[in-house]
Design a protein around this ligand. Structure first.
Ligand code: PGA
Length: 868
């Protein structure tokens, strides 16, 4: 194998040189020399552990107001280019992995399962029944503009071409120059429609190619190892979306938007299939065909082209129908192509005919790819989930109960609400009066339910209720959908996202499934969503992960008792503080039985780009997901031993107390957070269509998890991801339980994954950087809190090192450590500049400085490889 690291370094160097040349051309060699000297000072500051960075700080403070922005941009763009080189390197490694049959490959996994005595029939059946639903969301964690992402993708293409020894240097320079001359910060916020279109672009540019490639690879491995093909209808991974459907705390997602997005998604699907069909018509010029196909097309000379021509016409008619529907113009009641079966029928007919006529090699080409796409994307591309907060539904019933003179719904007991809702659910007469004028907020909820009720069930995923806690939260949504005339039993899914709600999840679902009406409604399938970010924000990482684990375990057992199939929907963010981390490790760490072939997981913002942005990476990510779910279904992690469980109870209780002791109870905490982090300024970054807070007027408690983590990441304290873990782990060690922690680490995947993620996040912290922010931005009386927090971060590191019995963080991941170390000289100037800009901007706001401030935020996120 060639030296891949050398190749990565070469690429980073080459891209950096191109950027340097562009900067020199635009701003002159002197300016480039200044940037280089800042980089050198930053580098020497890093290598001298006692350095106070005074030279670097002096160089930065000598920059004029007009120079600050281009300096920030230079470092930011370098970090973006380094990311591109790294992604490309990973994709290249993937190709080698496949060839080398690495430990992580699907083939290796199947061999392991066979070696464990699992019959091949069971493996293939599990694969066929598998339902991994990746839910793409518009969470505002993508700091890069779409237009820049497109240029970055083109740069990746150049790197690929360079690997094939094609000359691309000129094109690279052109692209990097385009990047340099483009603003990195959007001027206006994207609309929800823009966000949905961005999601479709990911499918168009990457997943459309990646999915058949992934399935083809699975098929060839399955044939080789299990002696059976992967059936053509088998789609172990599918996609849903929240883009244009998630209205929780986002007033910009209206019922009109949802209707438009539902329509657009089908239009886009038709468009992509049209391109496939055109390409197939060009290729399938054969004349020999089966009797079945001949019967269908009559004496056409080119039967495949003839039948595909019909399909093409129908797809075009479908697009016209959708356009008319969107513009509320007259059209037939029935859309020409409204089901996957309609698409599949002619394709399968061609496929079978080619096989029958001995043209297997042609059947298995692009035609099979299209058939596999239909299995995965259907006619709707993705299924759209709806999400709304429980209090918005309660508000409908509050206004209704007042209107009917029934008192106040919110003042009723939970039993009272349930009894009312169940009675109305069984009633034949409508509940919502025609002549009623509710508040605008209530009207919007009703309008959304109407759009959902009128939509084709095939285009819908689940209706998710955020901040759900009680059975009435679920029943109320089912009733609203019924009132609006829904004709199918849509999955209505509670999202449990505080520690208290996670603890209560079992009892809530038990009460629901014990209601005969509800049990029948579920048709034997219950979906529950677990909120990772908000529970971590509420309780601290340690107590939250244990709360999530216990809730899943309890729900798994409960649903078995109720003979109901459970699908757990994991609402994970990209960063550790929001439940992020390598997906396959996370899946393998779930409680036994909880991943039984089906799973839903959110994929958000920048993570969509990192995992699925280019086809080769997407193939790799899909394979990792499929492999992990297959393994977790057939050979799940062992159940924890009782004394591990006891230890976790104690650790979680200590972590909770310690976390809340600071975040909720220390009166200095909120002022410190507001002063030391750019939390307030982050709201100006127009990353997504939704506001940073659930309630415009709220304090830290109403701040969403993303800006909460984002703010701590910018100053490199990453507090939410470790606060509480430090004291809890130390407490255990003080009671001579270090050996027990080590035992849990080595034998229990759940605990190992928690410690590994803690290690990962701690490796990204840098207390000298956080201390610098403090020195510039925090008043004297709050500094005591800062130094105690930094000391606590040190003790968290000490505990991780003890548990893992190692001398330094990321011992087992030298690549990640190296990647952080290599980036530091580029990120440090951005931190110092940011602290300075925050200081200046808070005293005297200035547009130019604000722009530079936003660029530093984007640059630090690029350097950290995530926002929040
Ligand atoms: P939410 O997501 O704020 O939309 O619930 C939180 C997250 O993804 O971290």
């Amino acid at each position: 194998m060639s030296d891949l690291h050398e190749e990565l370094r070469d690429n980073v160097r080459m891209l950096g040189e191109c950027l340097g040349q562009t900067i020199a051309k635009h701003r002159g060699q002197d300016f480039l020399d200044r940037i280089e000297s800042i980089r050198q000072l930053s580098k020497s500051g890093r290598s001298d552990t006692d350095s106070d960075h005074s030279e670097l700080l002096a160089a930065l403070s000598s920059l004029s107001e007009d120079e600050v922005l281009p300096v920030a941009r230079a470092f930011t763009q370098f970090l973006n280019l380094a990311n591109i080189a790294e992604e490309h390197h990973k994709a290249r490694q993937h190709t080698e992995f496949c060839n080398l049959d690495s430990d992580e490959s699907y083939a290796q996994l199947v061999k392991q399962l066979l070696a464990q005595g699992i019959p091949s029939e069971q493996i293939i059946n599990t694969l066929v029944q598998m339902d991994v639903d990746l839910v793409l969301t518009a969470h505002p964690t993508e700091v890069n503009r779409r237009t820049l992402i497109q240029k970055y993708d083109a740069i990746t293409d150049c790197l690929r071409a360079l690997d094939r020894d094609e000359s691309q240097y000129h094109r690279l320079q052109e692209l990097i120059s385009q990047v340099w001359h483009t603003n990195e910060i959007r001027k206006i916020r994207p609309t929800p429609l823009d966000e949905a279109k961005w999601g479709f672009t990911v499918i168009e540019n990457s997943l459309w190619e990646a999915v058949p490639k992934f399935l083809k690879h699975l098929d060839s491995q399955t044939r080789a190892l299990l002696k059976q093909p992967l059936p053509l209808h088998c789609a172990p991974v599918r996609f849903s979306s929240w883009m244009g459907g998630d209205r929780d705390g986002n007033p910009n997602v209206t019922s009109t938007i949802t209707r438009e997005v539902l329509n657009l998604s089908r239009w886009m699907a038709a468009d992509l299939y049209l391109r496939d069909i055109d390409a197939l018509r060009a290729e399938l010029s054969m004349h020999q065909c089966s009797a079945a196909l001949r019967d269908r097309v009559g004496d056409e000379a080119e039967p495949y082209r003839a039948i595909l021509g019909e399909l093409r016409d129908q797809l075009k008619a479908t697009q016209r129908w959708l356009e008319a529907d969107l513009n509320q113009q007259p059209h037939d009641t029935q859309c020409p192509i409204s089901s996957s079966e309609q698409l599949l029928e002619p394709l399968l007919l061609c496929h079978q005919s080619l096989l029958d006529c001995g043209m297997d090699i042609i059947a298995e080409g692009p035609l099979e790819d299209t058939i596999r796409r239909v299995a995965c994307f259907g006619v709707t591309l993705t299924k759209l989930d709806i999400r709304q907060s429980s209090d918005r539904h309660a508000q409908v019933f509050e206004e209704l109960s007042q209107f009917y003179g029934l008192g106040s719904y919110s003042a009723w007991t939970e039993e009272g609400r349930q009894a009312f809702l169940i009675k109305e659910l069984q009633s034949q007469r409508p509940l919502i009066p025609h002549h009623w004028t509710p508040s605008d907020d209530v009207q919007e909820v009703l309008d959304t339910c109407r759009v959902v009720a009128q939509a084709d069930p095939a285009s819908l995923g689940s209706y998710v209720i955020s901040m759900a806690g009680q059975p009435s939260d679920v029943l109320s949504v089912i009733l609203l959908l019924k009132e609006m005339g829904i004709t199918h039993n849509m999955r209505v899914v509670p999202l449990f996202e505080t520690l208290a709600d996670l603890d209560n999840a079992r009892s809530c679902i038990d009460s629901l499934l014990s209601l005969p009406w509800y049990k029948q409604y579920t048709q034997g399938h219950q979906e529950v969503m677990i909120g990772y970010s908000d529970s971590s924000k509420d309780a601290g990482q340690l107590a939250a992960v244990w709360g999530q684990y216990r809730a899943q375990e309890a729900l798994t057992a409960l649903c078995q008792q109720h003979q109901t199939r459970l699908t757990l929907f994991h609402g994970r963010g990209g960063t550790v503080g929001r439940g992020g981390g390598p997906s396959h490790t996370a899946i393998l760490a779930q409680p036994p039985g909880s991943v039984d072939r089906s799973i839903r997981v959110t994929e958000q913002g920048e993570m969509i780009r990192f995992k699925f942005g280019i086809p080769d990476l997407a193939v790799r990510s899909l394979e990792l997901y499929a492999g992990a779910v297959l393994k977790a279904s057939l050979a799940p992690a062992p159940a924890p031993l009782d004394h591990w469980r006891d230890a976790m109870d104690t650790l979680a209780a200590a972590g909770l107390q310690s976390y809340r002791g600071i975040v909720r109870e220390d009166p200095q905490f909120v002022p410190y957070f507001r002063a030391v982090t750019p939390e307030q300024e982050l709201t100006k970054l127009p990353l997504g269509s939704r506001p940073a807070k659930r309630k415009a007027s709220g304090g830290v408690e109403s701040l969403r998890a993303i800006p909460w983590i984002f703010a701590w990441t910018q100053i490199r304290l990453m507090l939410p991801a470790w606060l509480g873990s430090d004291t809890a782990l130390q407490g255990a060690a003080a009671q001579n339980k270090l050996a027990l922690l080590q035992e849990m680490y080595s034998q229990w995947p759940f605990f190992a994954s928690y410690v590994d993620m803690l290690e990962m996040v701690l490796a990204k912290t840098d207390t000298s950087i956080s201390a610098y922010y403090e020195s510039r931005l925090v008043s004297e009386e709050l500094k005591v809190l800062g130094s105690s927090l930094r000391a606590r971060r040190d003790s968290a590191i000490e505990m991780v090192l003890k548990i893992k019995d190692q001398q330094q963080l990321l011992n087992a991941h030298p690549n990640i450590r190296q990647s952080i170390e290599v980036r530091n000289p580029y990120i440090d100037p951005l931190h110092f500049l940011q602290a300075e800009l925050l200081h200046r901007d808070r005293n005297q706001p200035d547009q130019r400085l604000e722009q530079a401030l936003m660029v530093t935020m984007a640059g630090i996120s690029a350097g950290m490889r995530n926002t929040g």
